[in-house]
Design a protein around this ligand. Sequence first.
Ligand code: PGA
Length: 260
Amino acid sequence: MTARTPLIAGNWKMNTTRASAVELARKVSVAAANAKHVDVLVCPPFPYLTPVRDALGTGGVALGAQNVYFEPPGAFTGEVAVEMLLDVGCRYVILGHSERRHVLGENDAVINRKVQASLAKGLDVILCVGELLQERQAGRTEAVLDAQMSGGLSGVSAEALAHVVLAYEPVWAIGTGVTASPEQADSAHAHLRKWLAGRYNPQVAQRMRILYGGSVKPDNAASLLGLPNVDGALVGGASLKADQFVPIIEAAVAVSGTER
Ligand code: PGA
C-alpha cells in the first residue's frame, strides 16, 4: 500500500460562466467535505478564481490556476504573475498541459521557466506530460515522456519536488472519449517513477503523486484509480458537471484505503 494521498483535480479549461462556476464550486465543496483521505482541487479560468474561492469556503477543496507567467509583476500585457495567483488564494498551477503545448505553442524551455518561477515563490505545480498518437504508434512514448520530464524539471531540486504533482495525459485521450487502457496508463506511470528514481532518488519516486488524465469519467474512474502507480486524476470534461465529478471523487475515496 502506498502512502500517497490521491488527488482529484478538475481542469475547467476555458469553460463556465461566473454563475455556473460558483454553483459547481459549491457542489464540489459539499461533496469533498465527505471525501476522507482524498485531496480535491478545482482549476477555474482566471476571471472566476476569486468567486470560486469564495464559493469553496473552508470545505477543504484547493484552488488552482491553468497557467501563469514566469516574470515578476511588470509590463507583460495579458499575463498573470505567480504573486497574483498566490494573492487570490491559489495553491496550484497546471503547467505543460497538452493544449498549452500543442495549441498555444509552449515548449519545454518555457514550461520549465514557469515551473521554476512557481516553485521559487511557493506555488505547487501540476506538470503534465504525454505523447501524441503518432508518437505512441512509432514506439516513442517513453522517449517523449523522458524529454518532457528532463525539460520541464530542469534545475528543479529533489526538495522542490515535494511541491510537484505529475499528470500523465496521453494527448490522444484528451477530450476524445478514448481512455488509455489500465495497462497503458500503469506502464507509463511506472516509467515516470523509474525516471524519477534514476534522475533523483527512489524516495522521490515513491513519494511523487502521478495523476492520470484523458477522458476520465465516472464509469472508468475506479479501474484507473485502482492501479498501483495511479495517484489520482486530472479531469477535464467530466469536471464541469458535479454529477460526474463527484462520483470520480467517490471512486478515489473507495480505493484510497485499499491495497493497490
Ligand atoms: P478530458 O481532459 O478529461 O476532457 O479528456 C483532461 C485534461 O485535459 O486535463
